[in-house]
Design a protein around this ligand. Sequence first.
Ligand SMILES: Cc1cc2nc3c(=O)[nH]c(=O)nc-3n(C[C@H](O)[C@H](O)[C@H](O)COP(=O)(O)OP(=O)(O)OC[C@H]3O[C@@H](n4cnc5c(N)ncnc54)[C@H](O)[C@@H]3O)c2cc1C
Length: 455
Amino acid sequence: MNEEGVNMSKEVVSKILSDPGSLDRRSFLKLGAAGAGSMLLLPANASAAPKVKSSARIVIAGAGAAGLTAAAQLMQRLEGAQITLVDARKEHFYQPGFTLVAGGIKPASYVVSATKDYVPAGVELIEEAVAEIDPEGKKLVTASGKPLPYDYLIVATGLKLDYAAIEGMDVEQIGHNGLGSIYHSPEKAAATWQAMSQFADTGGVGVFLRPGTEMKCAGAPLKYTFITDDYLRRRGNRGKAELIYNANNKVLFSVPIVSEKVRMLFGERDVKMNYERILTALDLGKKIATFKTAEGPVELGYDFINVIPPMRAADAVRNSPLPWQEGNWAADGWIEVNKHNLRHARFDNVFAVGDVAGVPKGKTAASVKWQVPVAIDHLVAQIEGKESQAHYGGYTSCPLITRLGQAMLIEFDYKDNLTPSFPGIIAPLEELWISWVMKTMALKPTYISMLRGRA
Ligand SMILES: Cc1cc2nc3c(=O)[nH]c(=O)nc-3n(C[C@H](O)[C@H](O)[C@H](O)COP(=O)(O)OP(=O)(O)OC[C@H]3O[C@@H](n4cnc5c(N)ncnc54)[C@H](O)[C@@H]3O)c2cc1C
């Protein structure tokens, strides 16, 4: 963020902290535009430079957060290029809002809009899934069999929620009989709210978990545990409930200092913590969850459970030559890119941005915000026959809600360094109202601006 942005943000944030009533719509937008942490930071504005003339065919697979942002930025940088987005989904989901829908804070409609509303003029949208990727032949094939040759490819297909990998799971049952899952869709996030709210009225055993794979927004399972705890307290039923959080490995969060902070908060709020437990099966009728542990399978009965499934690259990506060929990310199909410029390691005209990129941190919209301008800068430099110095250091962020009305704004990079946007103003490990405001109000307008290439 530039100095002016920092000063303006500091000014707005200080004003809000000293006089919360002053936080009108204009201030929110100013805050967001100026760089209110999370994904709200402005990139270096490349659109001021003259456009590069090119007739290159650039195909973007996936028109979600990363694909749309890439299309908008390419249009700002290039003149004459043929840019094509390919995605079968007509709806656009603002996924950072799913937690708010499942927390009873926003309606499902808050997170749904139309993909075509963000497709820049001059970009073609093909409303089909990509079925095959052939980087040697420099072409994609769509689900209807249509070949799409390209000079450059940007893969932005996000990830696949692999509910089928959990034995006994039935997504149609989300919202019934204590079964929740905030990740599935806006409708199921709303259904999860109904199930959780019912649980908050009665108490019982609440089971929370995260999968054993890489996942998007690793803070979301924690946030939802905190939100459930808060509802139980507000309704006077916390004494009737036992909350159990099951981590997949030895920590609660990948950044050690954040993990420790969450451990302390869970301890204070009487959330029981289990480690190295991975959900493998559900008996939805009997309400029993089975976890894989080092000591063998362990069963946990529940009255409410928030199921978060394993996450993998889309099948078209996994079945292509693009994933890592060995190492931790090979099995789930994450794409083998250079973690600092998002260029493919073996196909230099291919980039991967967003959740599908096989990089050590990220899988947030905040990462998209910082990855895309870097990838685009390298792609445009390649067209010009130049070298780009743009560098992505792994910035990502998690506005970690810890109760209704409070959150910790956690920002960090590949090296697990905390990278607060407002040092001295917003402490990353403090539960603050202003961080809650950013998550619940300022984030969406800036996310939408990002899709339009304006933030
Ligand atoms: C519950 C939840 C909470 C979150 N909270 C936050 C948060 O607080 N802050 C934050 O920054 N991020 C958060 N995120 C993460 C954020 O939403 C994602 O990281 C971001 O959307 C990634 O962008 P993407 O473009 O890679 O994937 P997506 O936005 O998911 O888009 C992928 C697109 O690819 C398409 N696609 C898939 N397969 C194919 C195919 N074969 N062919 C063509 N298209 C295909 C899909 O239809 C989709 O449109 C959260 C996510 C969830 C689910």
